[in-house]
Design a protein around this ligand. Structure first.
Ligand SMILES: [Zn+2]
Length: 211
């Protein structure tokens, strides 16, 4: 569902541009709102959320889908934890649909999907692992890297129940906004994938804005 934000950009307390292939990690306090902005369009932002108090409680695609009885995420979606608690709620969305089934790219899946010579190509899983190892104060480890949300990514389900990676429906300037329902850690990999159309074969920057 398309629903515009009422927040004023000049009132934001934090802004950072994240280049494709880079990660973003930050604590978000309960009540704060985070906007992920697709600056040039057709980008995928592979995102994980954790309870800041106990990172073993984290975003659960399964519980979120069951709770809202819908596989696509948009305005009104409450992101649920594996402890069945609300982590964040999508409060504005000008893209209209986000994926939580397709998973993140990894060097292993690149190899299986696209060819052995793709093994050394940069992938989201590596960005998350780098984030975890370079930011030990968050208390995250390799085992906390689980299923995720792909903001702006278009992964429709076919009539036969299969998933397909399709050309994006996002565009330059589209955004999604989430309000934290508890203190959370946000971990984003701005996807560097060059082998499928999740980012139009042309990875581009995103901006993260917090109120
Ligand atoms: Zn990726």
């Amino acid at each position: 569902m398309i629903f515009k934000s009422t927040l004023l950009i000049e009132k934001a307390t934090f802004r950072e541009i994240v280049l494709a292939g880079n990660y973003f990690i930050k604590k978000l306090n309960k009540g704060q709102t985070i906007r992920i902005l697709d600056l040039e369009g057709n980008q995928a932002a592979d995102t994980l959320f954790f309870s800041a108090e106990d990172p073993s409680e984290r975003y659960s695609a399964v519980d979120t889908i069951r709770n809202q009885k819908n596989v696509y995420l948009t305005k009104g979606t409450v992101l649920m934890s594996n402890g069945c608690k609300p982590l964040l709620e999508i409060v504005a969305d000008t893209c209209g649909r986000h994926d939580t089934l397709g998973g993140a790219c990894a060097t292993e899946s690149n190899t299986v999907r696209y060819g052995l010579e793709k093994k050394s190509m940069h992938a989201c899983r590596n960005s998350w692992m780098l984030a975890v190892s370079e930011n030990k104060e968050f208390g995250l480890t390799k085992r906390d890297i689980t299923h995720n949300i792909n903001f702006f990514m278009n992964v429709p389900i076919t009539k036969e129940g299969k998933l397909t990676f399709e050309d994006g429906i996002s565009d330059a300037g589209k955004y999604v906004e989430l309000e934290a329902k508890m203190d959370v850690i946000v971990l984003i990999s701005n996807c560097p994938q060059l082998n499928n159309p999740c980012n139009d074969f042309n990875p581009t920057p995103i901006e993260v804005i917090i109120w």
